[in-house]
Design a protein around this ligand. Sequence first.
Ligand code: RAM
Length: 330
Amino acid sequence: MGIWTKALATAAVATALMAQAAAAQDVKIALVVKALGIGFFEAAAKGAEEAAAELGDVEIIYTGPTDTTAEGQIEVINSLIAQGVNAIAVSANDRDALVPTLQKAMERGITVISWDSGVAPEGRMMHLNPSSNALIGNTIIKLAADHLPEGGDVAILSASATATNQNIWIEEATKVLPNYPGINLVATVYGDDLADKSYREAQGLMATYPNLKAIIAPTTVGILAASQAVTDAGKIGEINVTGLGLPSEMAGAVASGATKSFAIWNPIDLGYAATMISYNLVKGNAAAEPGAEIGMGRMGTATLDQGNEAAMSDPFTYDASNIDQFKSIF
Ligand code: RAM
């Protein structure tokens, strides 16, 4: 080997070693979702990757169980603790069941936050809500009521019965029901954020409540399945399916009229914001305590309330007038 070739080879080795050292110092942030294969969470992962690219020294580990169970998430979290990640940002399938495992993670020095669907305060440092829970609760009822001037029977098709986020939204929705006279909530059923179970539950609602006028699904999986069930049953125009959906998944239902309108916040922004917050906590740029202001990059600042919770932004309503602008984004 000539002297120059040798020098070049040495330089190449040094560069490779430096890259390795840099990779070793990367902040490893695990985004733990309710289950893999859900479009909403895949969009959130895009946002997490966007934040990682902006920050430069972050590795995102996108993971979750195959179904929306707490047991599945506990297994995933235990393996992340063993891997020695720096942060775990989880959308929880159960408010309480994850607490002991997440406490173990925090004892090992891992930063733990929840986002989207919360963990009880003792199991996390802070929680990022997509929006105000009261606002979301009111929005899902209003979406149905807006198209029912005469009132009528409505039913809720939720995700899993233990999902923290859907349970709070339903609780908030129930509180404001008296503001919508004539809107009669006849049932709440659970599709577990599984397409086939949600579809069958929607069919069950139609069979049990012949006067049903709206199905409200505060889940992207549920609203899509219910709009399909209503379409297949030939009930477009009779039953309006609404709630929280993704424009990319709901464009067909809006075009057919199965869904007149629905709402959501931007899941890309939510994954981005959760990653930025995790990073700032790992780096000690902010502390998770009431009143703290934690940077969320292009999403601004999260201000923690007395329960160490913050809200990202307001939900946005989609209908035939604007869905085409958004269906290719999320
Ligand atoms: C599903 C999940 C998620 C929820 C959305 C609206 O994708 O249940 O947690 O925030 O719906």
